[in-house]
Each structure stands twice: as C-alpha cells, then as structure tokens.
Design a protein around this ligand. Structure first.
Ligand code: IVH
Length: 747
C-alpha cells in the first residue's frame, strides 16, 4: 500500500482509510489470536496501528466507536471454543422508581390471579460478568460466559484459576450448573491498574472491564495473576431440585462451598423490598466492589416456574437499578443519523467527559420533540427547556445503555445559541423527511434509494439474529457498500459476490488484509447461509415493527416463505381498506371529540370498511394475518407495505432466488398433546389468568389466537363465553371448559 502522508489526507480519505484499517486490524487480531495463519507480519501490524492513531490524532472527530486504538490486546472472541447453554442465560428487566417495583409485584399477582402476599428475595446486583459453571458428579467440567444467552465462550481453564470457584463439590446433585457473577474488588482493581501502568501495559476503565478482560484471556496464566472473585446466585441445568425456595437454593450453594452475597434478604412486601434497597444503597460505597442495583426474585420456586419467561427476561425477577451517574459538559454539535427504517435520529456530540468510569462523547437525543423539551405526549421534559448547540448539559449513563442528556443549565447558555433547526430533508439522500400523525419520529421517505437506509438494512441483514454471516459484519458491509468494484447494495448482492466477475474477485483477493484464505472463508460462510430458518429470513428483511418475536410468530403461522408471500399479496386490498378505514376513523374521532359525539364512531368505521369493495378472500387473508397472536394491524400494515413496495419486493424476490432452502420452524414440543394446535380462549378463566393460560399453551407448542376460524382446533370456553363459543360449535370445533383443557395439557 502506498500511503498518502497523513498531513495531506482529505477528510473523506481519512474516513475511508479509518474504516479500512478497522477491518484489516480486526481481521489481523482475530487471525493472530485464533492462531490460524496470521496474514500480516507483526511489523506491518504495528505500522498500520500507528497510522490509524496518526489519522485519528489529525481528525479526532472521525475516530470510530470501534477504533482499533481502543482494542489494545483486544478480546479475541474467536479464540475460545463455543458452548451452547443447556438452559438459556437471561437478562433482567429493570425498575428505576419505587412505583416500578410496586407494578412489578402487582403484575405478578395479576398474572397468577391472586392478591395474596408474595415472598421475595432481594440481593445486590453485582456489576461484573455472568458465568455458568457445570459440575458433573461433583467435578467442575465446564465454565462458560453468557455470550448471546444461547451460546457463550468456553473459559474453563480461566475459571479454574479463580479462588472462589471450587473444583470439586461434596454432596452436590449429579448434574449442577451454578451461575453467578465474576467481579473484581476495588482494592484489587486499583492494584492491578498500577501494576499494569508500571509495566507499560493496558489499564482498565473500571473493575467490570478489568474483570471481563481478565476472564477472557486466552492465556490462563494471565487470568491466574488477576484477582477475580465469584458470587453464586442462580442456576441452569440440574439433575434434582436445590430446594423449594430461592433462599434454600442459595443456602445450598453456601453449604457446597460457594460465596453467596451476605446482603441477600427475604422480604414480604414491596415496602420491605424498597427498604432493603435503601439500606444497600447506603452501604454501597463501603462494600468494596461495584454493584449497580438490587435484584428482587420471587422466593417460591414453584411460582417462579409458573411465571416463566418473556422472550429474554424472567417474569419472576427484576433489577431495581440505582440512579445513574451524571456529569456536566458542552454540547458541541447535533448530528442527524438515518436508521434502517429511515428514522432521523439526532445525536449529541459532547466534549468528552468521564461518567461513572467511562468516557462519554456522544449521547442520544431521541427525536426532535426531545430537543425542544417535549415528550411523546407533548408534556414538558426538563421543564420544557430546549437544547442548543453550545449549551452546558448534564449527561447520565444508566447501566449499559447509551448515554442520555438529563438537563441543561440555561444560565450558561451563550447569547449566540439558537434553537436547533431540525431538518425536514434527509441529510443523506435529500428526500423529504416527514412525520406521520402520532409518530414522534421524522422519517426519510427515500426507502432503498437512501444510502443510509440501504446500508443500515444491510447491517441488520447480516446481524447476529438475522443471517449472521461469519466474516461479514457491519464494518465489512460499510466497505462493500462503497466498493466501486464489488459493491453490495442489496442482500442478494451478497450471494452473487463470488460469481460476479473474475477480475473483481482477483482484486478482492489481493486487497490489504484479504488473503486467499479469508476470501475463501467468506465465500464458504456465505454459501452456508443459503439454507436459512424461515423466522430468521423474515426478521432479516428489516421491516419496521417486525422484530425477532414477530418474525417467529409469522414463521410459525405461515410455515413457508411462499405461503407468507401469497397471503400478503392476497390480503393487500384489505390492508389498504383497513388503513383508509383507520384514517376515516381518526378524522372522525377528531371531529367527534370536538363535537362530543364519540358514540357515532363505530358505525362510521364499519361503513368505511364496507364502502371499500374488498374481495372476500382478501378480507379473510387479512383477518388471518392480523389475527395471528402478537401480530395485529400495525405490524400487518407495515409488512404489507414492504411487500407491496416495488423496490423492496424486487430485493426480496431476488434474495429468495439466491437461497436454496428455507427451513420451516420446528414444532416446539412435539410430545405435547396440543403442539401445533390453534387454541382460542374465551370467557372467564377461573384457575389461571389469560396471560398465564396463553404463555403455558405456547410453551407447549400451541398457537393462541384471538378469533375463531376454520383453522381453530380447540376453543376453551369459560363462563360468560359468547359468540366465539357459538361460532366454534357451528364450525364443529372442539370446545373444552377450563378443567377439560387442564386435563388435556397435563395428560
Ligand atoms: S439473576 C434469570 N442475580 O445481571 C435471571 N443476576 O441484567 C438470572 N447479575 O445477566 C440473573 N447480579 O449477569 C441475577 N444477584 C443477581 C445478579 C445478576 C448481577 C447480572 C447477571 C445478569 C444481569 C442481568
């Protein structure tokens, strides 16, 4: 590579080169740590790294968030073996206010359908990283990090060096997975950092980073020198129960020789939970290790079982976080970023400031209302104070989330500061940016012609929960998107990369950091993904409102790509009619509100629908779509629009052609007598709440629907069931009472 002198680089060249360097150095790191033939020499690595630093020094504002400069001895994620967790490692939902805690408790009571007092356990939330330890016949056989919850990294050798982790257990169940938090004490952290700086090594921003960096070392001798500790608080797979309550399980851990947190308490009411929270908050500074809140868990394990999980968090636990740390700094600029769905997101560029041990230089500003000091309901935030470039602002970080701006000091506002003019044109493609009625977000209307939307969609397409193509991450997408020789503009372009043209491929192979092996690896990884799960495929399209759960619901309902596409095409006229009816209703609602004549609404809406001449099969396909549990009209319309949009549809069709196999979803639990069946609950349930009934039916592989149709298999009718029960009987569908249902699912 012939380098242009850093002094003469233009800003655009610098930006491009920083991206290229981020990719090459990242690749070199992986190759090196993974010990499979490094593609560049150590000297070349050092030279590139130095050049990266020089460019950053000249253009500090162009420094990337994933800059190689910050990856000193970077976490070699590819160096560890992968471990699939037998029981997923989940995260916790958060409570910030006392009111959230009361709602958490009330929500559980509602879900369980009783108002009896519930017993809880409250314990500190340790600010470290979670680890799962697997003991077989009392011997530690595996230690794994959380990873994405489903799959983590095998860090067994490193875990064995941690004093608090027993290698053998006496009297443990044959199979026991102990889960807990690895952390570093304040004292050990300070000592480590001063040792590191004496040796000229990397110092850590906070104990959490130090613990993570130490646990995820490929050389366990390094881990051994780092004083890590471990608290046990939870478990995964078990061959026998640890007790009947959370507290008994914790006592069992203690008896087996684990450290459990001494501030773990039983609490009988929301008031007691909050009292214990306050008491822990007061002791926080003296604990000698970082905690970022208090975790509350339902004590009775049978109730934990009944409550179960949402997609990534348990219903039976919550983390009550401590108030975020804050700092004051200057708001230097407001930039607009354009996202995958065209949303114009304002970002605050700040004079870097340390908040809770981390340097912050950007903060999210959400949307234009947030800047002018209004929330989504038009209510004032910051007492209505707006934010202007040049302001003195208060920044806060709550947990891992992106920093936010809490307040602004008007006494320090420069006279020259003017209100921020929010763009009404997309800064990336110049298309109109519009705000739809009731939407807080202004969106670019450019669709796929907007390069920002196209690139964000592509990044989403290759992300972990979507196509997840090894070696083709966000950075590579940025590079390929801009590549004049081998551009990737649509998902299908990824799959034609290898066959595009020989000269282009040769060029790719000779590019910096892209040896013969890495090109071959990339092509192999792409080919592997020509066979893909239907739910991943749907999610990967990046359609607004279609998240992982919605994609799974759609895949479960339609079972094939072709069936989904056919249904959407068929339903299109009804979708359009639905939207018009909604608009008519909205307009009418405004009038009605003005005239206090709300009562007239429903007839008008019905008339609006009837006035659209929609074929019966369209109406029924549409009803079927929005009747899928968890789908509804908002998602349905967004999906319908995406498939009806010419450019998007062409991209979907082309992608389909590039794929060889679309794998239908597995029936979740084929042994259950209700798996694959469509069930409708109607009337009053007496032994469980609607939410619980639904969650249990789904866990057994049933589909729960809100309306009765020919596709319904079972209707569970409680007292007071009306038209749905009648319709079921007319259609000859099995109707059960609640006891009949319970007998069926426990059979
Ligand atoms: S219980 C199924 N208890 O917080 C729920 N988690 O935000 C299992 N954490 O991934 C988690 N202290 O790494 C639990 N006392 C505690 C905890 C704790 C820290 C971490 C854990 C988890 C994260 C969720």
């Amino acid at each position: 590579m012939v380098d242009i002198s850093v002094d003469t680089l233009t800003e655009a060249q610098a930006q491009e080169e920083l991206l290229a360097l981020a990719i090459v150095l990242d690749q070199a790191n992986r190759a090196y740590h993974g010990a499979d033939d490094p593609e560049i020499s150590d000297a070349e690595y050092d030279r590139l790294k130095k050049r990266n630093a020089q460019i950053e020094a000249r253009f500090p504002h162009l420094k990337r968030s994933d800059s190689p400069t910050d990856q000193v001895g970077a976490a070699p994620t590819d160096g560890f073996g992968k471990v699939r967790h037998s029981v997923r490692m989940l995260s916790l939902s958060n409570a910030f206010e006392d009111q959230d805690v009361k709602e958490f408790v009330a929500g559980i009571q509602r879900y369980l359908g009783h108002s009896d007092a519930l017993a809880f356990v409250a314990e500190p939330k340790i600010d470290g990283l979670s680890l799962s330890l697997r003991y077989e016949n009392g011997v530690l056989v595996q230690a794994a990090t959380r990873g994405d919850g489903a799959e983590g990294e095998d860090v067994t050798a490193n875990a064995l060096t941690i004093q608090d982790i027993p290698h053998q257990l006496q009297g443990a169940p044959d199979l026991l997975e102990v889960r807990g938090e690895v952390y570093m004490s304040h004292q050990d952290f300070a000592a480590l950092n001063s040792r590191q700086s004496e040796r000229g090594g990397k110092t850590f921003a906070n104990p959490r980073n130090a613990a993570a960096g130490s646990l995820r070392q490929l050389d366990s001798r390094i881990t051994q020198e780092r004083p890590l500790r471990f608290f046990a608080y939870s478990w995964g797979a078990l061959s026998e129960p640890l007790g009947e309550t959370q507290m008994q399980a914790i006592d069992r851990f203690k008896a087996l020789g684990f450290q459990v947190n001494p501030l773990t308490r039983a609490c009988a009411s929301p008031q007691e939970l909050i009292e214990h929270y306050r008491s822990i908050e007061q002791q926080r500074a003296d604990l000698g290790y970082d905690i970022d809140g208090v975790v509350y868990k339902v004590n009775d394990l049978a109730l934990q079982d009944r409550l179960g999980f949402r997609s990534t968090t348990p219903r039976w636990a919550i983390a009550h976080k401590f108030p975020a740390e804050t700092a004051w700094t200057h708001l230097e600029a407001i930039d607009i970023q354009v996202g995958r769905t065209g949303a114009l997101s304002p970002v605050a560029r700040l004079t870097p400031v340390t908040v809770g041990g981390v340097v912050v230089s950007n903060a999210t500003l959400h949307n234009e209302d947030y800047i002018i000091g209004r929330d989504s309901n038009g209510m004032p935030i910051r007492e209505g104070r707006d934010l202007r470039v040049g302001d003195w602002v208060q920044v806060y970080r709550a947990g891992d989330v992106i920093p936010k701006i809490a307040d602004v000091d008007l006494s320090k506002r420069p006279d020259t500061a003017t209100p921020f003019p929010f763009p009404t044109q997309c800064p990336e493609c110049g298309s109109d940016a519009v705000r739809e009625e009731g939407d807080a977000v202004r969106r670019c209307t450019g669709g796929l012609i907007c390069p920002a939307q196209a690139i964000e969609k592509l990044k989403h397409f290759v992300s972990r929960s979507a196509f997840d193509i090894e070696g083709l991450g966000a950075k590579q997408i940025e590079m390929f998107h801009a590549d004049p020789v081998l551009p990737i503009k649509t998902p299908a372009d990824i799959f034609s990369l290898q066959t595009r043209d020989a000269a282009a491929i040769a060029k790719l192979r000779n590019r910096d950091g892209w040896g013969e092996t890495s090109a071959a690896n990339l092509f192999a990884a792409i080919d592997q993904r020509r066979s893909i799960d239907l739910s991943r495929l749907i999610f990967s399209l990046g359609i607004r409102h279609v998240g992982e759960v919605g994609a799974r619901d759609l895949a479960g309902h339609y079972q094939s790509w072709e069936a989904l596409v056919e249904a959407l095409d068929l339903a299109r006229p009804a979708a359009l009619a639905h939207r018009k009816a909604d608009q008519a209703e909205q307009a009418e609602r405004l009038n009605a509100l003005a005239e206090h004549r709300r009562a007239r609404l429903k007839p008008i809406r019905d008339a609006a629908i009837a006035s659209y001449d929609v074929p019966a099969d369209a109406a029924s396909a549409w009803a079927d779509l929005i009747g899928v549990d968890g789908i509804g009209a908002v998602l349905g319309l967004s999906l319908s629009d995406a498939f009806a949009n010419k450019t998007e549809r062409a991209a979907f069709d082309e992608l389909r052609l590039a794929l060889t196999r679309i794998i239908p979803p597995e029936a979740p639990s084929s042994e259950s007598p209700v798996s694959g069946k469509t069930v409708v609950f109607t009337g009053t349930l007496e032994k469980m709440t609607r939410a619980e009934a639904k969650a249990r039916a789904e866990a057994l592989g049933a589909k729960v629907s809100g309306s009765v149709s020919k596709k319904t298999d079972i209707v569970v009718a409680g007292p007071g069931a009306g038209s749905k029960e009648k319709k079921a009987k007319d259609l000859g569908i099995t109707v059960l009472d609640e006891d009949g249902w319970l007998a069926l699912i426990s059979a």
